[in-house]
Design a protein around this ligand. Structure first.
Ligand SMILES: NC(=O)c1ccc[n+]([C@@H]2O[C@H](COP(=O)([O-])OP(=O)(O)OC[C@H]3O[C@@H](n4cnc5c(N)ncnc54)[C@H](O)[C@@H]3O)[C@@H](O)[C@H]2O)c1
Length: 252
């Protein structure tokens, strides 16, 4: 990973979801390197076991939980065992680029449960502890699909637009109480996310907008750097923003 500029998170605890892979993994490792105690959450047992193995003896608590359910969120809260200073809602899934005429209820609700409901429930769970001390930072991972209609299918696009609403609402309500909420909107990032097409029309319609090579594909570390900055005191007056971290895709 990229060298860390400091130990900005010494004495701080941060919950990171999706910590077993990609952006969540890079964020977890960056936060550990900067002194944080990290509660690392993922639904994958093996990915968390790998993470734990690489950071033996460090202040890392790994929690195998499915954050798409309230029961999973309750497991995370129990593992955190008290208030936290930061929450990075990273876990998310793609949707096969399924367009509106083809989406099933089951698919729609599952994508929303993972990409949006998890973030709402974890925010709701950890806000009271942040409000008690008058300090806290929440970072939600949105997407280029929060900004446009051509970057994914309908369920993913709608869920990521809703992540922006969740972020802005949280920022609005709690700005006077010392809690900030921001989002990052990644473009393409080299991770394990399943971005295969399950719809022929989805593939035909979206492909020209995804293969134009107009912006470079980012590394997870580039996203982790932005997330860590938004979690840190260095961004203390930044609240309610949706920060594209996409090499400039959002300008096109
Ligand atoms: N990779 C990209 O190009 C890209 C672009 C824009 C936005 N994003 C967003 O970035 C975030 C992270 O994705 P990534 O690219 O690092 O993907 P990834 O698949 O590499 O990592 C996501 C991790 O989340 C975990 N996860 C999935 N569902 C979960 C659940 N219900 N409960 C707990 N853990 C769960 C997975 O096991 C995986 O380890 C997602 O919200 C995604 O939508 C990614």
């Amino acid at each position: 990973m990229a060298s860390s500029p400091s130990r900005r998170f010494e004495g701080r605890s941060v919950v990171v979801t999706g910590a077993g892979s990609g952006i969540g993994l890079a964020t977890t490792e960056r936060l550990l390197a900067e002194g944080a105690r990290v509660v690392a959450v993922d639904v994958s047992v093996s990915r968390l076991a790998d993470l734990e193995g690489r950071h033996d003896g460090e202040p890392l608590a790994c929690v195998v939980a499915d954050v798409s359910s309230q029961a999973g969120v309750d497991q995370v809260v129990a593992a955190a065992a008290g208030p936290v200073d930061g929450l990075a809602n990273v876990a998310g899934i793609m949707d096969g680029f399924v367009p509106p005429a083809e989406v099933t209820d089951e698919h729609w609700f599952h994508v929303f449960a993972v990409n949006l409901d998890s973030m709402m429930r974890l925010t709701r769970a950890f806000l009271p502890g942040m409000l008690d001390v008058g300090r806290g930072a929440i970072v939600n991972v949105a997407s280029e699909a929060s900004l446009r209609g051509s970057a994914a299918g309908v369920a993913y696009t709608a869920s990521k637009h809703a992540v922006v609403g969740l972020t802005r609402s949280t920022a609005f309500f709690y700005a006077p109480k010392g809690v900030r909420a921001n989002a990052v909107a990644p473009g393409g990032v080299m991770t394990n996310i399943d971005a295969t097409f399950t719809s022929d029309w989805g593939r035909e319609r979206a492909t020209p907008y995804l293969t134009t090579d107009l912006t470079p594909v980012a590394t997870p570390d580039q996203l982790a750097a932005a997330i860590a900055w938004l979690l840190s005191e260095e961004s203390s007056d930044v609240n309610g923003v949706v920060l594209p971290v996409d090499g400039g895709w959002s300008t096109i």
